[in-house]
Design a protein around this ligand. Sequence first.
Ligand SMILES: *Cc1c(COP(=O)(O)O)cnc(C)c1O
Length: 380
Amino acid sequence: MGLSKTIWSKPAEYLTRTQPEHPVMFFAPGVLQDTARRFIDGFPGMVTYAVKSNPDEAVIANLAAAGLRGFDVASPAEMLMIRRLAPEAAMHYNNPVRARSEIAVAVALGVKSWAVDSRSELAKLIEMVPAEGAEIAVRFKLPVEGAAYNFGAKFGATQELAAELLARVAAAGFIPSMTFHPGTQCSDPSAWGAYIHAAAGIARQAGVRIARLNVGGGFPSHRLNGVRPDLGAIFAGIGAAVDKAFGADRPALVCEPGRAMVAESFTLAARVKAVRDDEHVFLNDGTYGNLDELPVIGVIDRTEVLAPCGTRRTGAPRPRIVFGPTCDSVDRLPGALDLPVDIAEEDYVLFHGLGAYSLATNTRFNGFGEVALETVLALH
Ligand SMILES: *Cc1c(COP(=O)(O)O)cnc(C)c1O
């Protein structure tokens, strides 16, 4: 969608002037650029952005402006957009299963970094990708329990197979690397530590010195008032784990955050359609819209409620069941959300930190799903 024509000082200014009846996503480019710099300055390696988490053109353009030099892409459409908006940036094509037609597009667009997790897909790459200067990263998985999403359920070779693939990558003349994805919203550095340790073991087993280790995304964003993620501690933990596991064979590092890069730079404003019999709150956005991810990953309690005139509701918190606008009964936020007791019809509920997996997965189900993107200087 790109930047809006008017830049507002903050969400309340736009909401009071225009009284929108559809959900609004407020984007603060300054917040995104600050986050990008925090990653670039703090992470001990190359920082790329997982485009799927929020592919809005304004996001890509601001990340490029902040100095980001690489993007994790998964489809020809994402690659074409990156080439257009950030022509100099590296593209890491880390979707491990690709049609031959997609591989051909990537080769033509100059992709030099690929990820793979199977013999059949490695064979396709060896056949179609010129080896000179091209990196193939073997993606492996560890058995994980209790993660919100089990990323290993779809992608990732076992450690045995990873060692075999890595040896084949090196023998075919490609630059051998490794990658993994620890999950999402991981707040404990040990989530990365186990993978880094395993990566060193796989490289030893294959007898291959890897050029780079891509430690994936999964960095946490700030979702709950009471829990502030500590990215610095995670960066330090990753660096220390790599030193310990690889010693003198330390590979260069790459990371590919989505959520933690983009979440904080967007605030969603959803309007209260009804407070049904003083009980349930119905919003004009829900789990088929920008709040799609909440049932899987948990609610965001960083909310604020504004009256139509822009005044902040300050009533005591009362737990409410919150429904979205569609007629589907799963269109409900998980659990209950503490909202001010004086919340009323036509108020706006602001959800802070909602930039990831929101706009990207919004649907038109039941005729809803219209959303405006407005640019603001500050989100509070
Ligand atoms: C989705 C994805 C990411 C980004 O994950 P976040 O949890 O948003 O940081 C990074 N790498 C891969 C391979 C992914 O599929």
